[in-house]
Ligand binder design. Sequence first.
Ligand code: HEC
Ligand code: HEC
Ligand code: HEC
Length: 139
Amino acid sequence: MKRLTIIILACISMLCIATVALAVAPAPKDPVEMKFPADGNKYAPIMFVHHDRHLAVEGSCATCHHKWDGASAVTGCSVEGCHSDVSKENKKNPESYDSAFHSRTAPNSCVNCHTVTLKADPASKAPKKCNDCHTKKNG
Ligand code: HEC
Ligand code: HEC
Ligand code: HEC
């Protein structure tokens, strides 16, 4: 009987550990600084906020963090192998740094999702104009 209790307790604690490991880290509460990963940026970095309306987009985390496996640490958009290409000649590629934020077709670019949001609700506060997002010049 005693042994059975120990086995049951061991199973319960193992389940707890597994649940903790599966629990996904929440989105940062503080604004995340988005900085041009090279020299020659025109504007000051953008502070991205995970506000409730962002977290409520269809698909939530996975829509924006579209390469994330759901378990490991979330990386920034411009890490090597993702949207790291800042060259002018590749600007129009879907993988470019520019496309990540300004693509007019990708459902998860800042500009396109805001455009779709504004179409559905013209009273929306989703920013669409350059200066709405890029409020400050660099320097
Ligand atoms: C919905 C927000 C949003 C809008 C609207 C927007 N951008 Fe951006 N843009 C970003 C984000 C996010 C980045 C990545 C952060 C960075 O590099 O500053 C970025 C980066 C850039 C960069 C590279 C960084 C730099 O400072 O040189 C340029 C250039 C740029 N945007 C130009 C524009 C222009 C021109 C427009 C209007 C046609 C525009 N953006 C509209 C969000 C936006
Ligand atoms: C509307 C788009 C969007 C949604 C939804 C979203 N995020 Fe983010 N998240 C971003 C952007 C943009 C950044 C800044 C990326 C960068 O710095 O290049 C970011 C950054 C992060 C970072 C910091 C990464 C770093 O560079 O250190 C974490 C962690 C994170 N998000 C977790 C989450 C989680 C967890 C969820 C879901 C609960 C979520 N995010 C939902 C867009 C989003
Ligand atoms: C998949 C959809 C989606 C994506 C991608 C997305 N947003 Fe948004 N964004 C929204 C929605 C929805 C709102 C809320 C509009 C409203 O309140 O009327 C919003 C609002 C905002 C606002 C205004 C917040 C305020 O103070 O009211 C900013 C600034 C913003 N987004 C920046 C960004 C930037 C920068 C990116 C890209 C890095 C981005 N968003 C990507 C859907 C998106």
